[in-house]
Design a protein around this ligand. Structure first.
Ligand SMILES: C[S@@+](CC[C@H](N)C(=O)[O-])C[C@H]1O[C@@H](n2cnc3c(N)ncnc32)[C@H](O)[C@@H]1O
Length: 383
């Protein structure tokens, strides 16, 4: 079943199918579902019951704010030996949880590492690319710089694990799904649906012909976009030539598309691509990895690249998600140990940043229990 089609297209349909409404945090109550479904934009289904993606009472999780506890966590995490232990712990938890959920983490990694993926690097990598400092910081320890063989192997290892890591993230977001495929359909389907609805409503009926997926990693978001908009030309752009090598390698294994995806190794804040050349610029799960100054630069570049009437779309962790707001401080500490800019992301006034850049029709909605999709338009009269 194409879950997203039934879950996001019509609240009326869900109301008929499902008189009981179960909230995303697991609490369940029978009541007039119509009123609740009207107040949420997207809902999922678990065992035939509609799941409302519930907002918490705060603007953002308390643990993201400057509190004595968060300062303590910051001090802990900046203590390198402890950071390494935490990171190792977080990784082990991630892999074992994934494998319990039928995500073949180590097998998937081996399949990539033992393949010919390495041959893609030379055609992808832009050797003169200047990496932003925040992107390189975890690798300062390597004296030979980021292109040494050892570091190169480390990066390929990360690239080989990226798809399994993404599947785990998806499964964590939709724990009530009966399979990994169902979780993926809900998370990606609602995101695509939000983009389509926004573009249809605000672009003056223009079709989406050109798409830029900034931070495409190993190509999952770009391939979802290409599958959803088969007549569009899709460009996947990322700072990592290793992730892009995996993206290109995997795409070559699929049936050829009418419009092959183009992979570009560049910084999203300085793409070198022509102004006003895209109908849709998308950032899927990128901003939580960036400091605020990078987010501002990425948004400015997006508005430069979009045509008037074009659509900006970002999907990422939702500060208003009730589940995220209720995460235990211990879990947050673990999360924080692998995500150095998570706090900064949660503290950023994202809608405000889009307004400052010049976007209009800004809309934010939860598209699964943990994530939001924020869409916006470049004004038609934008110069
Ligand atoms: C979590 S991954 C994105 C996953 C992917 N979009 C998806 O939906 O499956 C974040 C990606 O953003 C990329 N990235 C981070 N900062 C970037 C920047 N300034 N420009 C381009 N890519 C960036 C990273 O290299 C990484 O591949």
């Amino acid at each position: 079943m194409a879950l997203w089609a039934s879950s996001s297209s019509s609240s009326q349909k869900l109301f008929i199918a499902s008189p009981a409404l179960k909230h995303g945090n697991g609490r369940s109550r029978s009541r007039n579902a119509r009123r609740d479904l009207d107040s949420v934009v997207h809902v999922g289904m678990a065992e035939g019951v509609a799941i409302a993606y519930e907002e918490g009472e705060r603007e953002r999780p308390k643990w993201a704010e400057e509190t004595p506890f968060s300062r303590l966590v910051k001090a802990f995490v900046s203590f390198k030996p402890l950071y390494s232990v935490l990171k190792l712990g977080a990784r082990q938890v991630l892999i074992s949880t994934a494998e319990k959920n039928n995500i073949r983490w180590r097998e998937m990694r081996r399949e990539i590492l033992e393949s010919d993926v390495y041959n893609e690097l030379h055609s992808i990598e832009n050797p003169s690319l200047q990496y932003p400092d925040y992107y390189l910081s975890p690798f300062h320890a390597y004296e030979e710089g980021n292109l040494s063989w050892m570091v190169s192997m480390l990066f390929f290892k990360a690239a080989a694990e990226a798809e399994a890591a993404t599947m785990s993230m998806t499964r964590r977001a939709i724990p009530y799904a009966s399979s990994n495929e169902e979780a993926t359909q809900e998370l990606r389907g609602n995101w695509l649906q939000a983009i389509k609805q926004h573009h249809m409503k605000h672009s003056g009926n223009a079709t989406i012909e050109t798409i830029l997926d900034i931070g495409c990693s190993v190509g999952l978001s770009a391939t979802f976009l290409a599958d959803e908009f088969p007549s569009a030309k899709v460009t996947g752009l990322d700072l990592s030539p290793y992730f892009l090598s995996v993206a290109q390698f995997k795409e070559k294994k699929r049936a050829p598309r009418k419009n092959p995806i183009r992979w570009v190794h560049a910084a999203g804040e300085d793409t070198g691509l022509p102004s006003k050349s895209f109908d849709l610029v998308s950032f899927a799960f990128v901003f939580h990895e960036c400091p605020e100054r990078a987010i501002i630069a990425l948004v400015d570049e997006a508005i430069r690249l979009l045509r008037p009437g074009g659509t900006f779309a970002l999907t990422d962790q939702a500060p208003k998600s009730k589940i995220l707001q209720e995460l235990s401080p211990a879990l947050f500490t673990l999360l924080k140990s692998t995500e150095p800019f998570l706090n900064e992301y949660f503290l950023t006034d994202m809608e405000g940043r889009l307004r400052e850049a010049g976007f209009v029709n800004i809309k934010t909605m939860l598209t699964d229990p943990r994530h939001m999709t924020m869409t916006a338009t470049v004004p038609h009269q934008h110069v």
